[in-house]
Design a protein around this ligand. Structure first.
Ligand code: FES
Length: 352
C-alpha cells in the first residue's frame, strides 16, 4: 500500500542506524524509470525519519528471493541534503539475479530491510577543493549523490564530471546533470558515449580535464572500466594518494555450507560475545563462514572485501585479513575486520 506522508507521525531526529548489525525497514514510495534498464527506487521509513549518511556511501539490502535469503549492496544515489528519502538507482545487469528481480518485482508500498549506510568512498571524509568524478554505467550513483550534495550546499568545490555510457539514451540522470551544470559555475558534466566516441582514453581524459593533476579523483563503474581508468591515470603520473575508487564487482569468496568441525575434533574456537555461542572451526577457515554457521547477525553482501557489510570487532585472538578496504584507521585500531576475507588463526572472540 502507498504510504501517505500526511498521515504519518513526523520525526525530527535523524534515523538512528545501529553501528554494526543494525537494520531498518524501508518502504518503497516511488519507482522512477530512468533509462530502459535502470530504475530509481525511492524509500522512506515507516515512521518518517531523516536519513543520516555521507554522500557516496552504500546500504545493503537483505532480500528473500524464491525463499532464499540474499544480500546485495547498492550505493545511495540521493543526497543527505534531502534527508527524508533514500534512493537507490539500480541497473538490470545480464545474469544479475538480484538486480533483475528488483527491477521486475519491487513496487510502491513494498518493504525491504536495509543495513546502515557505510563506506569510506564518500565526499565528507576527503578534503579537496577540486574534484573529478569519473563513472560508467550505474557507477554514476555515488557521483550523483556527491554532485547533488555539492549543489544543495552551494559548495564552491570545483567539480568536473565525466560519465561514460553506451549511448545518449543510456545516460542516467542526463537532464539533472545538465541542469546542475547550468545552475552552478562550479560544476560541469561531459559524456563519453561508446557508440559515438568509443571508450575513455588517456588522450580524451587529458583533453577534457587539462588540470587533471590538480584534482582529487573519484571513480566508480564496472571492473574493466575501473582497471582501465586506474592504469591511464597512474601512467599520466598522477599522485595516486588523491585517487579513490569504489567497486562491488570483486572476486567473491566462495561460501561454505558450515565450517564448524565435528564434536571431539581439534580446532579453533570462535566465541560470540553477545549470544555466548562457541563454535569450533579449522585453522584457515573464513571467519564469515564460522559466524554464519552460528547464525550470528552478520551480513555478507559482496563476500569480496569491498562493501564493508560483514565488519565485526575481534575482542581476542588472531585472524589474517586479505582486505581492509572499507575500514577506517580508527576501526582497524579498535580490532574491526572484514569477516568475509579474514581467516581464523587462533581461538577468537567476536563482539557479535
Ligand atoms: S561482505 Fe562485503 S566486505 Fe565482506
Amino acid at each position: 500500500m502507498h504510504q501517505d506522508a500526511s498521515h504519518k507521525e513526523w520525526e525530527s531526529a535523524p534515523l538512528q542506524w545501529a553501528a554494526v548489525d543494525g537494520t531498518t525497514n524501508l518502504i518503497c514510495q516511488k519507482v522512477i524509470q530512468e533509462t530502459h534498464d535502470v530504475k530509481t527506487f525511492v524509500f522512506q521509513t515507516p515512521k518518517l525519519s531523516r536519513f543520516n549518511y555521507k554522500a557516496g556511501q552504500f546500504v545493503t539490502l537483505q532480500l528473500e528471493i524464491k525463499g532464499e535469503p540474499v544480500s546485495r549492496t547498492y550505493t545511495i544515489s540521493s543526497t543527505p541534503s534531502r534527508p527524508y528519502t533514500l534512493e537507490l538507482t539500480i541497473k538490470k545487469v545480464d545474469g544479475g539475479k538480484v538486480s533483475g528481480w528488483l527491477l521486475d518485482n519491487l513496487k510502491e508500498g513494498h518493504r525491504v530491510v536495509a543495513t546502515a549506510p557505510a563506506g569510506i568512498f564518500n565526499l565528507a571524509d576527503v578534503d579537496a577543493d577540486k574534484v573529478l568524478f569519473l563513472s560508467a554505467g550505474c557507477g554514476i550513483t555515488p557521483m550523483m549523490s556527491m554532485s547533488r550534495w555539492l549543489q544543495d550546499t552551494c559548495s564552491t568545490v570545483d567539480a568536473r564530471f565525466i560519465h561514460s555510457a553506451r549511448s545518449e539514451q543510456d545516460i542516467i540522470f542526463h537532464n539533472e546533470l545538465e541542469l546542475m551544470a547550468k545552475k552552478s559555475s562550479f560544476f560541469s558534466a561531459d559524456y563519453v558515449l561508446e557508440d559515438k566516441d568509443g571508450f575513455l582514453t588517456q588522450e580524451k581524459l587529458q583533453q577534457l580535464v587539462p588540470d587533471l593533476h590538480s584534482r582529487t579523483i573519484f571513480v566508480c563503474g564496472p571492473a574493466p572500466y575501473m582497471e582501465a581508468v586506474k592504469v591511464m591515470v597512474a601512467e599520466s603520473g598522477f599522485n595516486m594518494d588523491n585517487y579513490h575508487e569504489e567497486s562491488f564487482g570483486g572476486e567473491m569468496m566462495p561460501k561454505k555450507e558450515a565450517s564448524l568441525v565435528k564434536e571431539g575434533e581439534a580446532g579453533l574456537s570462535v566465541s560470540l560475545q553477545k549470544s555466548g555461542k562457541v563454535g569450533v572451526v579449522n585453522p584457515g577457515d573464513l571467519l564469515i563462514d564460522a559466524l554464519e554457521a552460528q547464525k550470528a547477525p552478520v551480513v555478507a553482501a559482496c563476500r569480496a572485501g569491498v562493501c564493508g557489510a560483514c565488519k565485526v570487532q575481534i575482542i581476542d585472538g588472531e585472524v589474517e585479513s586479505s582486505s581492509q578496504m572499507t575500514l577506517t584507521p580508527e576501526e582497524i585500531e579498535q580490532g574491526y575486520v572484514l569477516s568475509c576475507c579474514s581467516t581464523v588463526k587462533s581461538d577468537v572472540a567476536v563482539a557479535v
